[in-house]
Design a protein around this ligand. Structure first.
Ligand SMILES: Nc1nc2c(ncn2[C@@H]2O[C@H](COP(=O)(O)OP(=O)(O)O)[C@@H](O)[C@H]2O)c(=O)[nH]1
Ligand SMILES: [Mg+2]
Length: 206
């Protein structure tokens, strides 16, 4: 019998191996409303082929998921995206892109356990879709940074205007990004790591 046929399970690819220098891993959650760019961000920044569970929008999403501004979007993430990035030779981040819609909140319970921090992605055309998510993170005491994903036809506001509109305290970092670009998505994660570091330094990390 030929055991080298196409049915054999391939061994791990080099890109899927953890760097041997890795000493610490942290779990980071990427959240936001429908169509804000979560899958795009995990995909652009991940050094492993991201796992994504996309499914054509179901009846449950019709009329519930506001598709404004993402008219070409025909799939929505039903569960989550998973990726990995090495920030330094020692530190590896595991990324979990998680839907913000209320009907997926049951997923949050397990997913936020052990999460070090979160990135909230915001689309300025639909600020309201990320409101609930920020409230939930505050309730859970998960520190987060806000990344404004720059869509071409989205209105642009000064950071401080956004801070007021989103009702964020002065300490929470807000940065602009283009989730399609690896360097930009990486900057967002670096901002989160610096923020977490500053919280740890001031003893405000619980
Ligand atoms: N112009 C632009 N389009 C983006 C950006 N990020 C995501 N998109 C597009 O917006 C749509 C929704 O993104 P997706 O990552 O699926 O959103 P999710 O529902 O949050 O996972 C997709 O068609 C993306 O190609 C961005 O930074 N700029
Ligand atoms: Mg998605």
């Amino acid at each position: 019998m030929d055991f080298n046929g196409s049915d054999t399970i391939p061994g791990p690819r080099a890109e899927d191996q953890l760097p041997h220098t890795a000493q610490a891993a942290a779990k980071i959650v990427i959240v936001g409303g429908f169509g804000v760019g979560k899958t795009t961000m995990v995909g652009s920044v991940s050094e492993i082929t991201p796992l994504t569970t996309e499914e054509t929008m179901t009846q449950a999403g019709i009329g519930v998921d506001d598709n404004f501004g993402s008219a070409s979007k025909t799939a929505t993430t039903v569960a989550m995206d998973f990726g990995r990035i090495s920030i330094t030779e020692q530190l590896v981040l595991y990324l979990f892109g998680t839907p913000g819609q209320q009907r997926f909140w049951f997923l949050w319970n397990g997913l936020f356990e052990g999460a070090l921090g979160a990135v909230v992605l915001v689309d300025t055309r639909r600020l309201e879709v990320s409101f609930d998510v920020m409230g939930r993170l505050e309730e859970r005491g998960v520190p987060f940074v806000v990344a404004i994903n720059s869509f071409p036809d989205a209105p642009r506001y000064a950071i401080e205007e956004l801070r007021t509109a989103l009702d964020l305290t002065p300490d929470i970092p807000i940065i602009e990004c283009d989730a399609r670009r690896r360097a930009s998505s990486r900057d967002v994660l670096m901002t989160l790591m610096r923020f977490l570091h500053s919280l740890a330094m001031t003893g405000s990390l619980t």
